[in-house]
Design a protein around this ligand. Sequence first.
Ligand SMILES: O=C(O)[C@@H](CO)OP(=O)(O)O
Length: 211
Amino acid sequence: MSGTLVLVRHGQSDWNLKNLFTGWRDPDLTELGVEEAKAGGKALAEYGIKFDIAFTSSLVRAQRTCQFVLDAVDQSSLETIRDQALNERDYGDLSGLNKDDARAKWGEEQVHIWRRSYDVPPPGGESLRDTGARVWPYYLTDILPRVLSGQKVLIAAHGNSLRSLVMVLDKLTKEQILKLNLATGVPMVYKLKADSTVASKEVLGDMSGAH
Ligand SMILES: O=C(O)[C@@H](CO)OP(=O)(O)O
């Protein structure tokens, strides 16, 4: 019997609002981010899911999003495992820089490549491939076995750590992942087959405005 995997990107953070590269830095959610996290939780409550366990990163914006989601589905005390394997992609030397300033300095195209390409790391940081190289093994050893045993599992994490998972789950190419942006606080509900491939995917909200 296979289970359900729900992925949700944290709500807007202070540094998302200020347009700064964040990576492993640890800003909190903004008020809007709190509302987005609650809205994601409400969508999951309406969907009718009850989780068996939750996973989140070692960063506060994902942890608080996780808690808002659990509160919304009336599971405030659910076991929650925090692990830095699920942290955002490390932005290296770009961390803390303004994204528009970076575009002015290095050019629009270079910055887009650093932000969205599969295998070009930002200076001193991780490419999406590098991020996947720590997210994916953790998923395989700690998360997937639970889903395959029939559990319903929540992962509240980050734009790029989740993109690295979605790339494999949705079988996206390097070209397709370049265009994929995940919206904050919009849950993606995956049902997996016994062979760990995707039986169905539902997006509970609007991904179209994501950037
Ligand atoms: O700054 C970051 O860590 C990420 C997520 O907010 O930004 P980007 O969208 O550029 O990958």
